[in-house]
Ligand binder design. Structure first.
Ligand code: ZN
Length: 313
């Protein structure tokens, strides 16, 4: 699974209050994959640190590991104290909401901010940032005063966030648990376990039924890029490098180094339309260029285990 973990806290609505903490990843088919749950009294620095210490028993620290969340101080310091090698990035949806409410920014400003955050290259980012600075200077001032660029801009981020820019995954799981959150804690945890068992079984059935090398989501993505690649022209520069023109900015693809100047291939680890064009010229199988995270074999592994009910004490 791609090493991007989304973490989030949500208030419980039952008589005993408290907060549920949740960590999720995303499977190769773009579905949310719950990893860990916990119930704590409040979202303090201590409770988040405890949560990350427990998570560390399942998921070791790694240079390529990335955590994303809203900008809760407890999460940021908890990650920093337990996961020394991992990177941390902000959820862009939450940041967009902050801009909307704090700065009373119009929809156009938030939309431009979202486009800027999602830019793949620094050149593309700089152009959009200038546009934002001219049209919505309060947004750029807020960002410069409060948040490091590397934490919110994909093009400046240290590490690969793939296409995972928000914590919407853990939020959608939280939404499915809305009713369970009304229950007393033990009954709530039972309800969560039942839901998790059922999700695992549903996805296991879906991936067994799926055919082909790539997950359905990756297949659809590559197919649409393949259609775009049909409008492009390609010129060989040397054994492995190609110059691709025709749609948007020109690009240079390095098939041996798995890189394209548009950086979509580098960050998503799925070939962009330029790479698909170059691979066609090179007689190279497109599937060889896709990260193993998007293959059906790896997807199947994610749901091999069954989540059993907790036995009675
Ligand atoms: Zn490209």
């Amino acid at each position: 699974m791609r090493n991007v973990i989304s973490v989030e806290g949500t208030y419980l609505k039952g008589r005993y209050k408290g907060v549920m903490l949740i960590a999720t990843a995303q499977d190769g088919n773009h579905h949310q994959y719950p990893i860990a749950w916990a119930v704590v009294d409040s979202e303090s620095e201590e409770s988040w640190t405890w949560f990350f210490e427990k998570l560390h028993e399942l998921i070791p620290d790694d240079d390529e590991l990335i955590f994303i969340s809203n900008r809760h101080k407890g999460i940021i310091s908890g990650v920093a104290s337990v996961y020394k090698k991992a990177q941390y990035g902000h959820c862009l949806w939450h940041l967009g909401q902050n801009i909307k409410t704090k700065l009373k920014s119009k929809a156009g400003g938030v939309a431009l901010f979202m486009r800027t955050t999602k830019a793949y290259t620094q050149m593309e980012f700089d152009e959009l940032y200038d546009e934002m600075n001219n049209s919505y200077p309060s947004i750029t001032k807020y960002l410069e005063d409060n948040i490091y660029r590397e934490k919110w801009a994909r093009s400046y981020f240290h590490g690969s966030r793939y296409n995972i820019m928000t914590t919407n995954g853990s939020e959608s799981i939280n939404a499915k648990l809305a009713q369970a959150r009304d229950l007393p804690i033990v009954a709530m945890l039972d309800a969560i376990q039942n839901l998790t068992s059922s999700w695992f079984n549903t996805h296991r059935i879906a991936d067994v039924a799926s055919t082909g090398h790539l997950t359905p989501w990756a297949k659809r993505t590559v197919r649409s890029r393949f259609i775009e690649s049909q409008k492009m022209e390609v010129f060989q520069l040397n054994t492995f490098e190609y110059h691709v023109t025709g749609v948007g900015h020109d690009a240079v693809v390095g098939l041996n180094r798995r890189t394209c100047r548009c950086r979509v291939f580098d960050i998503d680890r799925l070939p962009c339309s330029h790479t698909i064009t170059a691979a066609g010229q090179h007689n190279m199988n497109i599937y060889e260029l896709c990260s193993h995270y998007y293959t059906t074999n790896v997807w199947t592994l994610a749901y091999t285990e069954t989540v059993y009910p907790v036995p009675p004490l």
